[in-house]
Write a protein that binds this ligand. Structure first.
Ligand code: RFL
Ligand code: PHB
Length: 396
């Protein structure tokens, strides 16, 4: 089989790329190793930047997003027992974010692709990408126990951090930049209405906590925990008690989260990581296959979306005119936005978490920084601009 663009991975990056290419009249095939229900259920991101919702709408995937997505005009920072709201539109000239789970984005894109789009194969595990330096890369994969090959004009690795596409770039041709952190997140999904109508990011001496949501009836909550934590050591009541303690407000001693049945519980390590360049010959990397951010900045899914928007435009230009100009620029164009998001995600992480090796001096610096954000419109505007994300322009 031959296709114009072979897409490895059917997460948000691969699915949206397929959608954008289909609308631009460029053939593609998506190869996804997992089955459909696994991909649709994987609990991950929750916050979509304005540019991301604009792209999803323009791609025809905006109907349910517009009906069910929760548009948020603010976030709350809690530290030193006090709450400070950042009003996103007034700080950014009108930009907002939307709470709409990655699971729902993925469901919408899969449904569209299967009813009106190119081939999307589940259970198709790619083993290798060969010939990226030539004119016709070859993808080898297994599906239904059969070894298969797919040739293409361009291959795109949208196969996430643990994918195989990156390995097709010789080690000498790539550089990785990495930072790990001495803490993880314990995340739960609970059938309990969110306690507040906006997200709460809390700094406390006991560690970071985040109160997010999925729907008006479902909360998504996170606690900073040590690396290597076993979720079994955190019975539900212990989690709720700890969340209450970390989110406590001095002026409202009776403030408590609303509790409900916990339906999912997992521990997520965090890391910052970028591989450069994001292209090798006719192989491109997009989304988590090329870069990872710690989740406190809510940027991972949004970066995956901005990468594939840039790539779809570049492939469309090549397809209609033969010009490779935008393909040549792809890596540099994306990396600019990627490094901005890396910096912001690192900043949110290190400002809000309790480092086990911190000194009291470090904690005072964190509090001084948070106080600056709460009291200076300039500092607040900088955070709000990063949180809502820059617009997607022709140059990324
Ligand atoms: P994905 O979603 O990992 O998809 C990769 C797909 O490739 C498939 N695959 C293969 N297929 C074929 N052959 C192979 N050999 C393959 N190897 C892998 C996999 O099965 C999978 O389906 O990468 P993608 O598309 O780049 O999307 C990236 C996002 O998933 C990720 O950045 C976000 O979830 C990060 N993230 C957040 N991002 C946000 O923008 N806002 C948030 O609020 C946010 N919160 C989060 C997050 C990530 C989290 N975790 C679990 C790390 C919260 C959490 C807890
Ligand atoms: C989430 O709802 O999963 C979420 C929200 C904001 C973040 C990270 C995760 O910064």
């Amino acid at each position: 089989m031959h296709t114009t663009v072979a897409i490895i991975g059917g997460g948000p990056a691969g699915l949206l790329l397929a959608r954008l290419l289909y609308r631009a009249g460029v053939d593609s095939v998506v190869l996804e190793s997992r089955d459909r229900s696994y991909v649709e259920r994987r609990q991950r991101a929750g916050i979509l930047e304005q540019a991301t919702t604009d792209v999803l709408r323009a791609a025809g995937a905006g109907d349910r997003l517009d009906r069910e997505g929760l548009v948020h005009d603010g976030i709350e920072l809690r530290f030193a027992g006090r709450a400070h709201r950042l009003d996103l539109p007034s700080l950014t000239g009108g930009r907002r974010v939307t709470v709409y789970a990655q699971t729902e984005v993925v469901k919408d894109l899969i449904a569209l692709q299967l009813t009106d789009g190119g081939p999307l194969f589940f259970g198709a595990e790619v083993h290798s990408v060969e010939g990226a330096e030539g004119t016709r890369p070859v993808i080898r994969y297994t599906r239904e126990g059969q070894e298969q090959t797919l040739t293409c004009d361009y291959a795109v690795g949208c196969d996430g951090f643990h994918g195989i596409a990156r390995a097709a770039v010789p080690e000498a041709a790539r550089t990785a930049y990495e930072r790990t952190y001495p803490y993880s997140w314990l995340g739960i999904l609970a059938e309990a209405p969110p306690v507040h109508d906006e997200l709460i990011y809390a700094h406390s001496a006991r560690g970071f906590a985040l109160a997010s949501m999925r729907t008006p009836a479902v909360s998504r909550l996170y606690l900073q925990v040590p690396n290597g934590t076993d979720p079994a050591d955190w019975p539900d009541e212990r989690i709720w008690d700890e969340l209450d303690a970390r989110l406590a407000l001095e002026a409202q001693p009776d403030w408590r989260l609303r509790r409900g049945p916990v339906t999912q519980k997992s521990v997520l390590p965090m890391r910052s990581w970028v591989t450069e360049p994001m292209r090798h010959g006719r192989l491109f990397l997009a989304g988590d296959a090329a870069h990872i951010v710690p989740p406190a900045g809510a940027k991972g899914l949004n970066l995956a979306v901005s990468d594939v928007v840039v790539l779809a435009r570049a492939l469309e230009l090549w397809h209609t005119t033969g010009s490779e100009a935008l393909l040549e620029a792809y890596s540099d164009t994306c990396l600019r936005r990627v490094w901005r998001a890396e910096h912001f995600s690192w900043f949110m992480t290190t400002t809000l978490h309790t480092d086990p090796d911190r000194s009291p001096f470090d904690t005072r610096l964190q509090l001084a920084q948070l106080d600056r954000i709460a009291s200076s419109p300039h500092a607040a505007a900088e955070l709000a601009a990063n949180y809502t994300g820059p617009p997607l322009t022709a140059t990324g």
